[in-house]
Design a protein around this ligand. Sequence first.
Ligand SMILES: Cc1cc2nc3c(=O)[nH]c(=O)nc-3n(C[C@H](O)[C@H](O)[C@H](O)COP(=O)(O)OP(=O)(O)OC[C@H]3O[C@@H](n4cnc5c(N)ncnc54)[C@H](O)[C@@H]3O)c2cc1C
Length: 577
Amino acid sequence: GLRYKEPAQSTAAIPAEVDFVVVGGGSGGATVAGRLSEVSKWQVLLLEAGPEEATVEQVPAFIAQTLGTDKYDWKLQVEKTANDITGTIPRAKMLGGCSAHNGMVYQRGVEADYKCWEKAGAKGWSFKDVLPYFKKSEDNLDPDVAKNRAYHSTGGPLGVMRAPYKDANAHLLRAAYKEGGFAEVDLNGGHDEGFGWSQTTARHGARNSANTAFLQGVRAQRKNLHIATGIKVKKVNINAQTKRVESVEYVDRKGASQVVKARLEVILSAGTYFSPQLLMVSGIGPAEQLKKAGIPVIANLNGVGANLQDHVLVSSLPTITFGKTAIVPTAQEMLQHAKLFKKGAGPLTTNGLNSMVVRTRSALQPSSDARPYVQVQHAVGWQGRNLVPYCEAAVPTVNTTTCYYNKVTVSVVLLHSKDAGTVQLNATNPYGPPLIYQKILTSDQDVRAIASGVKQITDKLVASKSLKSAGAKVELPAKGAACGNQKVGSQAWHECLVRANGAASWGHGVGTCSIGSVVDSRLRVLGGVRGLRVADASVMPCVPSGNTNAPSIMIGERAADFIKQDHGVIRANRGRA
Ligand SMILES: Cc1cc2nc3c(=O)[nH]c(=O)nc-3n(C[C@H](O)[C@H](O)[C@H](O)COP(=O)(O)OP(=O)(O)OC[C@H]3O[C@@H](n4cnc5c(N)ncnc54)[C@H](O)[C@@H]3O)c2cc1C
């Protein structure tokens, strides 16, 4: 019932000249392109390096199918440094960008996050300023959530809903967090701390990426919207005298270099790792780096590639093995699930235990910081016996067991770190992958804060009567050899485990083209450059206290409004254009 078909690839011709070129069709770019193309007199071209969105990812139970694949993932490598953690960073390479393969969790962050943005120079980006743009996109499909009109709205292009299906183990987890003293709240409804069924970017039980929300429905009708996938942009051509953007250079499907002229503006939405690289190869960035790579300097902006902030997932985590296996379908039931999915119901509509989110302060985070430092999500897994996995029967590329599980890893995440990393140009191969230097757990403060978060959550789960009485077993994080002399379960033991077992990026990198140092508050590139903006996660000066897709889409919404205002299409106001 679920035979998988790859989407047809676009062969659209690329015009020689347009009004706007948007580079990158991810959360920010798809939103900008969709919104700009509402103005019928404007010719808008969206260039995306990856293919069309992988349809398999539209089934929430199959999230992460495309992670690590050559076709749909950039598989970025982190550079090795003496005391830092290396590894790969997943980054989607397809229309929809990371919104097409992420965990679907919809979070906006908290008010204090946007205070941090304003403090960094992002004037006019307080929570009060950005809320209308979150609401502008939103079509909240849960009436009990949507009725809170101060925070939510309906009718926007982006479906937001809780997964319609929750299995028995998810309910058990809910009981455990309640018992642990967490308030069950709407984490997008003005509450900094608490827990709840997570809101997800979905409609009718299926994923709603920025592509399916902002482009898919209008693509065929809008003759002024040109979308070309499989097209990698090489650089932006900027007049060295006037510093005005003239055109975009890209590699066509046959591998030849081509140029498209941008009459009004170019908007870079290639994401946190590629937007700064594109600026640098186009002559905007730290002069020293550009000179080393032989690139003529148009604007010496030291902020380009700096301030890389991310959420950090530690490796030493508690696990819960449940007494019962959730969702073990027979062949007959699998077919039933496929039929239910078409109606927006059943187990295929859930992103697994990603459907439960906890956000809290760490007991050992800096007390002066109003932002919560700890978020908890859950990664399901299988432990025990062999079986023919459900997902594997349905789709060809599978690396998940979301479809059934008896075990969950409690994913504890550090939301704010002391140090920031960098994205740098590779002087010997400036057009190849950029050099990524992360700063993960490089300070004692970070280790203390996250170890305390793991301890807080673990202690509550271990003490949970609901879990115990249902036969679930909570196991402490695996013991590192070096931690034997610490008391098991103590803060010192948790800190030791965090140091011994390491951590990784949670895929939420931001900040490398920050408002205030690379772009101004209207997202225009600084340094006297004209006709160039950045609109994606890279402009966030501080990483939000929550997943970063919704803020990236909000940035896309604002960028489109700034452009419409600056070109006299709408008046300078907030909310709907
Ligand atoms: C595995 C994973 C799970 C995540 N889970 C969640 C979650 O559950 N909830 C959440 O809110 N956030 C999540 N995130 C983060 C969130 O999805 C991202 O922060 C957000 O999508 C970033 O949007 P963006 O527009 O900045 O970049 P992207 O969405 O990455 O878009 C950039 C696009 O530009 C294209 N591009 C790059 N270079 C070029 C070029 N030279 N020419 C043409 N195109 C180019 C890329 O192919 C890509 O499509 C997750 C991220 C990952 C990686």
